[in-house]
Design a protein around this ligand. Sequence first.
Ligand code: NMX
Ligand code: MLT
Length: 472
Amino acid sequence: MAFFRGLTAVSRLRSRVAQEATTLGGVRWLQMQSASDLDLRSQLQELIPEQQDRLKKLKSEHGKVQLGNITVDMVLGGMRGMTGMLWETSLLDPEEGIRFRGLSIPECQKVLPTAVKDGEPLPEGLLWLLLTGKVPTKEQVDALSKELLSRSSVPDHVYKAIDALPVTAHPMTQFTTGVMALQVESEFQKAYDKGMPKSKFWEPTYEDCLNLIARLPPVASYVYRRIFKDGKTIAADNALDYAANFSHMLGFDDPKMLELMRLYITIHTDHEGGNVSAHAGHLVGSALSDPYLSFAAALNGLAGPLHGLANQEVLLWIKSVIDETGSDITTDQLKEYVWKTLKSGKVVPGFGHGVLRKTDPRYTCQREFALKYLPEDPLFQLVSKLYEVVPPILTELGKVKNPWPNVDAHSGVLLNHFGLSEARYFTVLFGVSRSIGIGSQLIWDRALGLPLERPKSITMEWLENYCRKAAA
Ligand code: NMX
Ligand code: MLT
């Protein structure tokens, strides 16, 4: 991990001790951990000056190095392939998929602490990894779980704000309203209004982000229970970890569902910085809007059908296939349905990607989960069939750059299997998870003093004149 390069000898040693504690699981090692080893904020405090120096050096020594050429196609094509922002927490490779601080999803599944033996990673561990670049010990993750729990109390006015909306409002609208209502508690806004030096900006941002991440499960489960369970809410179980507690508050306590939720929340956290939600959050945050305002912007982007809403669309689409053709669908009927969707002017949800050019590893790990826990599920089998049927058709269209499935092609059928069948709710789950990635980067945005984002735009006339001159 490149991030380690800047670490001091002391923190490197500490990180080694922490990792040996994971491997050996020995009490003697664990006793060597100090209180500050278990405290995420103290860890960050130590890392920030090193990373600030690293950025300063990069700017002063290499500021004029060219990273590529901008073409007219890029300007007109949604800025694809145009490198334009710093995003430290993860990096996406078109062929291989996402790496969180250098670790692929299978690597995270191997090294991040779990709740059960050989189980799925705990999302708190990923939050620690995204923020510090270090793999946490189980003790660090447990401490973070407790810390999040201690921050999770939601003021009553948030629920009242949600209740002001019709119960028929889309779950994402209700969820984002809850996030906006949480904003009145922003530590960043209060500190900024009082006045604080730029070097301190990251501290109230950290407080806001951790509070936000902690409070989203109660808000999100309130929205679910309000819409789909007659408003009968379920209290938190303080003995559970972040994802399991969220599942419990939603009303799902099957241990397999708890594992699914841990996996789900882990893999949806972050997908580098250019995706619509992360970019929206980063852009709004660059105006020094506080984390609540920034994250609400991110959620509004996530709610679009080409982005996070696709997980809703996939399950609705799969159910519409069954409604029309029955559950014993043949390959030919499936092909016909895919063509019918395309001819109606719609996209096939869950397939394609703005950057990826292979099957999304987030799809693959969900498929592995399904093969382990629900191989006989008829909807899972249909998803498997779609894997064979859809890519050749999208390839035949001739314009689709990536015919392979993305994360959203799979998530809905897993949730549906364990009883969470209300597709309209799915994007809220994505949103809870994404707060971890966007929040982590927002803290680093403030720690590194990243500037206001303000790219140049041009008109068609400007472009025509420019191209005419370039050709002359
Ligand atoms: N079904 C039908 N057409 C598609 C699909 C698809 N799944 N994917 C791409 N295309 C079309 C696309 O609409 C465009 O057509 P046109 O030139 O007529 O506008 C053409 O193929 C070229 O698009 P690409 O360059 O391959 O993809 P782009 O980067 O523009 O868009 C997506 C990426 C993800 C928006 C697109 O693949 C899509 O609409 N997929 C379905 C929706 C989806 O699953 N979104 C979720 C993505 C993951 N997430 O969670 O955000
Ligand atoms: C995401 O997780 O944000 C999506 O895969 C979209 C993207 O990366 O562009």
